[in-house]
Ligand binder design. Structure first.
Ligand code: AMP
Length: 187
């Protein structure tokens, strides 16, 4: 599902097309890195994408249906924090191994390049919490899958994943099963 409607989404898609820069062979040969820093530096563009990403946390009547918004290290933090404020919820970081200071759940996963371990504070998500995940790029889906597992270990439920760019050729969406994915642009 690619959803979200109206002006915020149109403005967001226009901003993505204009302000995301392709960097070939970074961080290694064969990878085209999607650099969102010019988008973040543009007030109107950043505002538009935050509004569009936040739509995934509302129902058809505009009511907020999530308790927490999670961003995955590192670019997910930059997008998820303002989405949480827009929805009137708290923000929770999922971090790479060893960065969170208290008791964590941990899950290892594969990236488009390399592998990593993600962690979540055990008390960051309460049992029954409904959670929206936010990130910049969906590639293989490993990051989202691992994060969903972390949320479930806390007793929470991921209700949707909202992302700027989906790399369709990697079919990350298929790796996410029944999780609703709201991507602003598919490449
Ligand atoms: P994956 O787990 O394979 O879906 O990879 C998604 C994560 O890796 C996201 O947190 C992205 O920020 C990052 N990522 C993967 N591929 C790219 C890419 N081509 N450009 C920018 N970021 C990427």
């Amino acid at each position: 599902m690619t959803q979200g409607s109206g002006e915020p989404r149109t403005a967001a898609v226009e901003a993505l097309q204009r302000l995301v820069v392709d960097v070939p062979d970074y961080p290694e040969p064969g990878i085209v890195f999607k650099d969102i820093t010019p988008l973040l530096a543009d007030h109107d563009g950043f505002t538009a994408v935050v509004a569009a990403l936040a739509e995934a946390g509302r129902d058809a009547d505009g009511r907020v249906v999530v308790d927490k918004v999670i961003g995955m290290e590192a670019r997910g933090f930059i997008l998820a924090a303002p989405v949480a404020l827009a929805l009137g919820t708290g923000f929770v970081p999922v971090r790479k191994a060893g960065k969170l200071p208290r008791a964590t759940h941990a899950v290892s996963y594969d990236l488009e390049y390399g592998s990593a371990t993600l962690e979540l504070h055990t008390d960051a998500i309460a049992p029954g919490d409904r959670v929206l995940l936010v990130d910049d790029v969906l590639a293989t889906g490993g990051t989202v899958r691992a994060t969903r597992e972390l949320v479930e270990q806390c007793g929470g439920e991921v209700v949707a994943f909202s992302v700027l760019l989906e790399l369709g050729f990697l079919d990350g969406r298929a790796a996410l099963g029944d999780l609703p994915v709201v991507s602003l642009q598919t490449i």
